[in-house]
Design a protein around this ligand. Sequence first.
Ligand SMILES: [Zn+2]
Length: 434
Amino acid sequence: MDRLEKKMLALIDAHAQEIIDFAQDIYSHPEEGFYEERTAAKVAGFLHAIGLDVHAYMARTGVRGDWMEQDGPNVTIVGEMDAIGCEAHPMAALGSKVAHACGHHAQLAAMIGSAIGLMDEEVRASMRGSVSFFAVPAEEYVDAAKRRVLREKENIGFPGSGKSELIRIGAFDQTDIALTTHVHMVPVAEDLYLGNPACNGFAAELLTIHGKAAHAAIAPWKGVNAVSIATSALNMVGLLRETFREEDHVRVHSLIRKGGEVLNSVPDLVVMEEKVRAKTLDGIRDAKAKLDRAFDGAAYAFGGTNERENLQGYMPVRYRAADPILTEAAQQLGVSYREVSPEDFNNASTDMGDLTHLLPVLNFTFGGFAGTLHGADFRITDPQTAYLLPAKMLALTTYKLLKDRATEAQKILRDFQPVFDKNSYIDYIQKTLL
Ligand SMILES: [Zn+2]
């Protein structure tokens, strides 16, 4: 470890209590996606106080602090701000019913902790390039009703997720490499899990099934039963399961928002929300087309109709092996770690996937918590591992990317093959919404 690496770690340790208090404060004030106003103000206050150039109100609550004194590659450290709907969690906020049961508060603590190390004057002078600290809104799924409000009243063009909207408005235009972290999302016993396992993406839709009301006992033959259409469609989706390839990791989730009003009348309206996950964009398209045929076919068979509103999903996360600098940092910190392998797979989805289609995203996850992710029993049990260790990892990794005239960052950029640039990304999303 060189002298400046040691200095950064000492700085983070010297501010340990401040970082832990920061995490505890965010944990105690959970806010839902796109509405993280208090969280954003707290992050902005911190970034401003350490002398960064702060940009706020991006996609409503996004806050980015930039250190941009030099030319060269930009490394953006990303921290997610939103809490997850989990009413049973003891910290669930009254009213919004959300809690930090996905550990995003730990990401923010790690991000500000890394800033304490990286913004040291000597450390800055040793790096070529720029560093941004970006607190981003809305990683968790945003449902159809909320999306409508965001689009119509809040001017959010891609209300499906925070990162996607930030890409759309150009808030990632300056970023060359993103550095991300999260609590472990796949079972890992070690303190750190290095690299990005492949991860499902998804598409979603809101379905409004129209039937025809009639007296359920006197003249059911005059009606068209919307619940029957929904039931048949779901049966078909079940039978279509054998056409899903194992390697596509398809999952279909269905939710009935509205399913008839009174038992004495043939139900004429069903509202459903559907989500289709798969490992690749092609896999998502294939499974979604089958789902659509099942609903359209069922509506046709019963003589009803089916209205579909396509909702933007998340792209799959592209696999990225542990970069050697992540491994080097973990070794220097003397903690237990495991590197991602190509066989590892995360069936869940994150909008980080979208970013992996445009930029190199260096990622690691960390432990220090107990209970189930998104569950009522999720809690941080070890602040060292959950707050300070990731802060140190982010600081060391960023420094290693940008030191020595940013040799490592330049190499990563040369090797990276994007799937989309910003414009083709926006086009792709817009086409999936037709
Ligand atoms: Zn999460």
